[in-house]
Write a protein that binds this ligand. Structure first.
Ligand SMILES: Cc1ncc(COP(=O)(O)O)c(C=O)c1O
Length: 432
């Protein structure tokens, strides 16, 4: 008689986890305020809710200025424009990330240069940055991925040495702190996303933060159809676009930010308990602890699964089995962007890939980043952050499901199941 739910047994958990996003009367009354005020757009600029939120959000991350925008992708694009990235410039990006980190680089007709990640943190490997720098390099775009930060100490010192700008992709790290300073406030600018799965969400949205007034003014103009910024001290004029965030979306961000510190504490306590249960388990590993992260605000709990220690049962089967035990999780959550089906880059559309070269850069085939490929295709297991907002019993159910799966791993050998087949595909290629 099979024990694993995927093979016909009883699942560890039948009750769903509490749903995400969380909302209360605070969101409802903020939405009602927008409705009745009839000021629904991001114009006049910035709207009351968007303005108040951006200021508090920047302050919360120890930055001076904040500007809401309509997505995280646009936040990165606006930040790249703010630091003056020009067509043909090179921007260093980690290979293992969401495609939305890299798309904005191409959109400003710059060239993304992929750098592998540190196998112990899954964030851009600072040791590999200098070898990727060329005379055309202008910026580094590290991502604080999953539950860790890229090594900002090393990155900032390399940036200073080579006169490069740093834009932090903070889509995963709302409220996170590195040595007491907020995510996004250490580089030249930080770009956040408020898309549905994020730690603070309004469905779709984003924010750029910075300590530099000139950058802030450029961001404001760029995302507000080129109009003068509110302060307009530097008098920059540029072609801009309507990338404003509407007030309905901005309104729900305030209450979510207020809730974030208490949620961060709950998640941290649950992470600690989770790790105490899983420590020294054959087949599993943790990312390297990072004492310089002084406030954890992770997008996901990221665990390592070692198939080699588990009779070569692949991660896809392990993850699918956990899912059937009632635990939402994912293996092939991200992949090296250069291999992703969401990155069908055509040099004809991005002319900088051809400039000054006999043949255009073939971004899909010119890189091999072993740590990114190992994380993406073999090792990483992502558990969404909202699982860790619950009780100790919730955490026990995750750990119990993991132990049950590992103990009965042999039941997965040669098993054919739609959940396993789905796990073998990248997210974009799955049915649901
Ligand atoms: C690491 C990373 N960068 C950028 C983005 C882009 O954000 P958005 O989806 O809001 O455009 C996301 C999220 O979706 C992300 O996870």
């Amino acid at each position: 008689m099979a024990k694993l739910a995927i093979a016909g047994g009883e699942p560890v958990r039948k009750k769903p986890f509490d749903p995400w996003p969380v909302y209360t009367e605070a969101e409802r009354s903020a939405l009602d305020d927008v409705l009745t005020n009839r000021n629904w757009g991001g114009q006049p600029f910035p709207g009351k809710h968007g303005d108040a939120f951006a200021k508090t959000f920047a302050e919360f991350h120890t930055a001076k200025y904040g500007q809401c925008v309509n997505t995280g992708t646009v936040a990165i694009q606006a930040a790249l424009k703010a630091v003056g990235i020009q067509p043909g410039d090179e921007v260093l990006v980690p290979a293992y990330t969401w495609e939305g980190t890299v798309g904005p680089v191409l959109l400003v007709n710059a060239v993304p240069v992929f750098v592998d990640v540190d196998p112990e943190t899954y964030c851009m490997d600072a040791k590999l940055i200098e070898q990727a720098i060329t005379p055309k390099t202008r910026a580094i775009l590290p991502v604080h991925l999953g539950m860790r930060f890229a090594d900002l100490d090393a990155i900032m010192s390399i940036a200073q040495k080579h006169n490069l700008k740093v834009v932090e992709d903070c889509a995963h790290v709302h409220g996170g702190m590195w040595r007491g300073k907020g995510a996004g406030s250490i580089g030249d600018l930080g770009a956040f996303s408020f898309q549905s799965s994020k730690l603070i969400t309004c469905g779709e949205g984003g924010c750029v933060i910075t300590g530099n007034l000139e950058y802030f003014e450029r961001v404001q103009s760029y995302i507000n159809t080129g109009r003068a910024s509110v302060t307009d001290k530097f008098k920059h004029r540029m072609i801009g676009f309507n990338y404003r965030l509407g007030e309905f979306q901005a309104a729900v961000l305030g209450p979510q930010l207020e809730r974030l510190p208490a949620q961060a504490k709950i998640r941290q306590a649950n992470f600690d308990y989770f790790e105490s249960r899983l420590r020294n388990t054959r087949g599993l590993g943790f990312l390297r602890p990072e004492p310089r992260i002084t406030r954890t605000a992770p997008y996901s709990y990221v665990l390592k699964y070692f198939a080699g220690q588990m009779k070569d049962i692949p991660r896809a089967a392990f993850v699918a089995a956990l899912q059937l035990e009632g635990i939402p999780c994912d293996g092939l959550f991200y992949e090296p962007v250069y291999r992703s089906s969401l990155f069908p880059v055509n040099p004809a559309e991005y002319p900088a890939l051809s400039w000054g070269r006999e043949k255009p850069l073939d971004l899909r085939n010119m890189y091999r980043c072993p740590a990114s490929e190992c994380a993406a295709y073999h090792e990483a297991v992502w558990f969404p952050h909202y699982l860790f907002l619950g009780s100790k019993e919730d955490i026990d159910s995750i750990a119990d499901a993991i132990f049950k799966t590992l103990e009965n791993i042999e039941e997965l050998r040669s098993l054919d199941h739609p959940a396993i087949r789905s796990q073998q595909l990248s997210r974009a290629d799955r049915e649901s």
